[in-house]
Design a protein around this ligand. Sequence first.
Ligand code: SAM
Ligand code: ZN
Length: 288
Amino acid sequence: MLIAPASSLICPHDGAAMVVRGNSLVCPRGHSFDRAKEGYVNLLPVADKASLDPGDSKDMVAARHKFLNTGAYAPIASAVAEMATSAIETADKNGPFSILDAGCGEGYYLQALAAALAAHSSAADVRLAGIDVSKWAVRAAAKRDVPATWLVASNRRPPFPPASIDLILCLFGFPLWAGFAAVQPPGAQVLLVDPGPDHLIELRQIIYPQVRIVERAPVANADGYTFASEARVRASAHLASPTIIADLLLMTPHAHRASAEGRSALSTRATLDVTIDVTLRMFTRNAI
Ligand SMILES: C[S@@+](CC[C@H](N)C(=O)[O-])C[C@H]1O[C@@H](n2cnc3c(N)ncnc32)[C@H](O)[C@@H]1O
Ligand SMILES: [Zn+2]
């Protein structure tokens, strides 16, 4: 497949199409956004920021980056690539097929997807973009060698024209369906990846006095979307050092929830084998 960065972007203030001028993106009304030296553009209006430094912190992003680069979650990346490849092949579009990683974090999954698609023999033309509200995440993602457009932006209002995105990936993230619907045509898809009941169960058994087994929520249709299919990844990962274990804790919501005793019990572990249990659910945008 041919892989290239997404090029159709709209102004976050007025929705007008933006063009590249020098090192900036500009709209016809004069709003201008500079490209950072790492190559990403910050399109998050101050009014859309929930805080001064929204999204994952610098430390969380650094921990996720180190952890994912160990390859421990490679089975998840492969499953995502498999579902995305099949969506591209089924769509069989004449023009480019656009994929948006919504809440892309530090870019591990979009990089793995780009590599998998580039190695695929079909002639499909694929455009890639990743957005995240955390500038730390987008900065780290833009440093990866991926032919993708990286933007600081929110899933609440992805800065793309209506009906321009064929597949949205929302991995361990925050699906904001109205924002997704605003950029997808009927028939387009959203792939949600979420933890299953046994995900990281061994780590949870160490940090919590009692592990809550959260049963999988029944599959429901989302706002404007219909559930289409589901796959599950089960694998195990060997975490070979206390640093890797600490990075995994820091990148998950468990870092905030664990007690001091739980964290200290985990810190005594030299290695840890953990279960990976995630669900991948595909949703299709309804006809309007
Ligand atoms: C658990 S992390 C997952 C990151 C990445 N998808 C992964 O699996 O490695 C959730 C991400 O969503 C981002 N985020 C939070 N609210 C968001 C929003 N409204 N729009 C886009 N991204 C958001 C956070 O900054 C963080 O990077
Ligand atoms: Zn504008």
